[in-house]
Design a binder for this molecule. Structure first.
Ligand code: 3PG
Ligand code: MG
Length: 379
């Protein structure tokens, strides 16, 4: 058991049982084409373990945010197709969020979900920070356990909180400070330094009194950034930036607009959209000297080749360093894949919000529900 959370072995004999597996098959789609099946492949160890022991397996998941209504654009059919290629024995229910009871954590919806099943397994790490019916409901109805993926994620991410190899460096990027303030505050108590890039760096630079031009700025977060900077923690900010000039458009090089390297101050009308080469080198050195690296969020608009260099340099440093390296889901995982370094990282989390919340809080609603079920299993 991981900290009171039952695992598959704790379920006893599952042969002949009907097992409901909550997975996170919220995969990126381009129309009906799955552009990254990591979350499907990551669920296979649990699904196989159950099948090999003679269980009948039904999986369920959400996909996107259809807001409680059936909507063919959010159908799980593409996932069903991929799953049929990988493990045809597994049945898959339709998108849980087609029913408003899922997000409302409605008791009648939980009853409907577990009907006909003998055992519940939560392997949906990426959704375990949600108080939704399929995550927190079934453990009060059925013998329940964490699947392999959930257990592995918890072991690695809680390990970062509890016994990191030092120095421990967190590399934080992405657009908004407001999304990450809680986790940055929590990380400051754990890490030796934080490296900040991406859109959110400009709110930090503004808090230091720099001109940020037309860059992303969350004015209501400036005070919060100022207190973080005054806390005495080691926070590395960009010393130079790649900026896009007036008239330019992101993801559209044909639209014109000049691209230029600037310092900490961004000229009026210009938009900082990537860390500059000097900063990329400094950040790379910090990563190479680390004992543990947690990376969450791109350092620039890497989907636009003109502004990919900062994120690429960080991805390469994360691949090269001898540190234990963890990528916290979503965009940074996509970036690691795009730059071909995804196999050189120790752990790529399948959860974005969930990984940050687990590091921040040390627990998740889905784990708490399983822990309560675990007490019943053992008494
Ligand atoms: C995710 O992709 O972040 C998870 O699947 C959770 O989805 P949600 O943010 O829509 O709850
Ligand atoms: Mg999300």
């Amino acid at each position: 058991m991981i900290d009171g959370v039952p695992e598959l072995e704790d379920l006893g004999d599952v042969s002949g049982k009907s097992v409901l597996v909550r997975a996170d098959f919220n995969v990126p789609l381009d129309g009906e084409r799955i552009t990254d099946d990591l979350r499907i492949r990551a669920s296979l160890p649990t699904l196989r373990w159950l099948l090999e022991r003679g269980a009948t397996v039904t999986a369920c998941s959400h996909l996107g945010r259809p807001k409680g209504e059936a909507n063919p654009a959010y159908s799980l059919d593409p996932v069903r197709g991929r799953l049929a290629e990988l493990l045809p024995e597994v049945k898959l229910k339709e998108n849980l969020r087609f029913d408003p009871g899922e997000e409302a954590n409605d008791a009648a919806f939980v009853d409907q979900l577990v009907a006909g099943h003998d055992v519940y397994v939560n392997d949906a790490f990426g959704a375990s920070h949600r108080q939704h019916a399929s995550i927190v409901g079934p453990p009060s109805r059925l013998p329940s356990a964490a699947g392999r993926l959930l257990a592995k994620e918890v072991e690695v991410l809680l390990g970062l909180r509890e016994r990191p190899r030092r120095p421990f460096v967190a590399v934080m990027g992405g657009a908004k400070v407001s999304d990450k303030l809680g986790v940055i505050e929590a990380l400051l108590a754990i890490v030796d330094s934080i490296v900040v890039g991406g859109g959110m760096a400009y709110t930090f630079l503004a808090a230091q009194g720099h001109n940020v031009g037309a860059s992303l700025l969350e004015a209501d977060m400036i005070d919060a950034c100022r207190s973080l900077l005054a806390s005495g923690a080691t926070i590395h900010l960009p010393e130079d930036n790649t900026a896009l000039g007036p008239g330019g458009k992101l993801l559209d090089p044909g639209a014109g607009g000049e691209v230029r390297q600037v310092g900490r101050d961004i000229p009026d009308g210009w938009m900082g959209v990537d860390i500059g080469p000097g900063t990329a080198a400094v950040f790379g050195d910090v990563i190479l000297d680390a004992g543990t690296v947690l990376w969450n969020g791109p350092l620039g608009v890497f989907e636009d080749e003109r502004f990919a260099a900062g994120t690429r340099a960080v991805a390469e440093a994360v691949a090269e360093t001898r540190a234990f390296t963890v990528i916290g889901g979503g965009d940074s995982a996509a970036a690691a894949k795009m730059f071909g370094v995804d196999n050189d990282v120790d752990h790529i989390s399948t959860g974005g919000g969930a990984s940050l919340e687990l590091i921040e809080q040390g627990d998740l609603p889905g784990l708490a529900a399983l822990r309560a079920a675990g007490k019943r299993l053992t008494t």
